[in-house]
Design a protein around this ligand. Structure first.
Ligand SMILES: Nc1ncnc2c1ncn2[C@@H]1O[C@H](COP(=O)(O)OP(=O)(O)OP(=O)(O)O)[C@@H](O)[C@H]1O
Ligand SMILES: Cc1ncc(COP(=O)(O)O)c(N)n1
Length: 277
């Protein structure tokens, strides 16, 4: 009976808010809505932010974080979750404890470190805690190139470096790895995927010439979470996420003076049905 009550696919983002609406929990919830799953959130950090940058941030106390997890565990049936901005080492530890305490389905780790505008969203001291405690819980980790460099302690300049870094992230405990190539300014953006069984592939798309790319990583990982919650396999979910984020970047909307947000209605705009994108 409980299965019937909680049968609609429910997902969770564990991250920071963005008052400007473009990244973090806001981008995740917009993506969940567009992808037809019910989105929930554990707020770890609150940021005062807009498309020009992060003006202030506040980390929530442990009791408030634990209570949010407990409230969800008591009532909902979360099928997949993701992490985003976690701020510092102690918050990473508190989140890890709650990931272990309950079952939230597959865990997608988006190891957010620095915002597009340059603000630090993860204390550099916390990187070791992410490597040692969070990575082993990751069904999939989705670093961008600078994050992959930090997590593997190496410069990444070639495709071979990217592949080596992905293997290193697996050795640290992440089951599957998606290294995002948005920060490499080539004509084609290339993301690299290394799966748990050792198979791999590249995802390619033409670079859209725009600075309206606030929240691209959040949107990609949130879409993957949504697809997993609906029962798709990981490869299908990743390919769908890539198609969705590419469309959301391509169909620019004019919001803000700086790094503008994506168009989370892009699937509808392209006339794509839910099943096609
Ligand atoms: N200008 C662009 N044109 C097309 N695709 C892009 C562009 N920029 C990023 N992407 C794609 O968006 C996704 C996110 O990549 P990116 O490297 O920007 O992540 P990120 O830095 O974590 O994003 P954010 O921190 O803004 O959330 C990847 O699939 C990447 O290839
Ligand atoms: C709360 C929060 N989470 C994540 C990001 C990263 O997004 P971006 O790199 O596009 O600024 C952000 N700016 N704010």
């Amino acid at each position: 009976m409980d299965n019937e009550i909680n049968s609609f696919p429910q997902v969770l983002t564990i991250a920071g808010t963005d008052s400007g609406g473009g990244a973090g929990i806001m981008a995740d919830l917009k993506t969940f809505q567009a992808r037809h799953v019910f989105g929930t959130a554990v707020v770890v950090a609150v940021t005062a932010q807009n498309t020009l940058g992060v003006q202030n941030s506040f980390m929530l106390p442990k009791a408030m974080i634990d209570d949010q997890f407990a409230a969800l565990a008591d009532d909902l049936h979360i099928r997949a979750c993701k992490t985003g901005m976690l701020g510092d080492a102690q918050h990473v530890r508190w989140v890890v404890a709650n990931l272990k305490k309950y079952n939230w389905g597959p865990v997608i780790v988006d190891p957010v470190m620095v915002a597009k505008g340059g603000a630090v969203l993860l204390d550099p001291d916390a990187i070791q805690t992410v490597q040692q405690q969070l990575l082993p819980l990751a069904t999939l980790i989705t670093p961008n190139l600078p994050e992959a460099e930090q997590l593997t302690n190496q410069k990444i300049t070639t495709q071979k470096n990217i592949q080596q870094a992905a293997h290193q992230l697996q050795e640290l405990g992440a089951q599957n790895v998606l290294i995002k190539g948005g920060h490499h300014l080539a004509q084609q953006v290339q993301d690299y995927v290394l799966l748990a069984d050792g198979s791999d592939f590249w995802l390619e798309a033409p670079r859209v010439d725009t600075n309206r790319t606030h929240g691209t990583g959040d949107t990609l990982s949130a879409c993957i979470v949504a697809e997993l919650a609906q029962g798709h396999d990981l490869t299908t979910a990743i390919r769908c996420g890539k198609q969705y984020v590419t469309a959301a970047i391509k169909h620019t909307i004019q919001v803000g003076h700086g790094h503008g947000p994506l168009n989370h209605w892009a699937g509808q705009k392209e006339g794509l049905t839910h099943a096609e994108i």
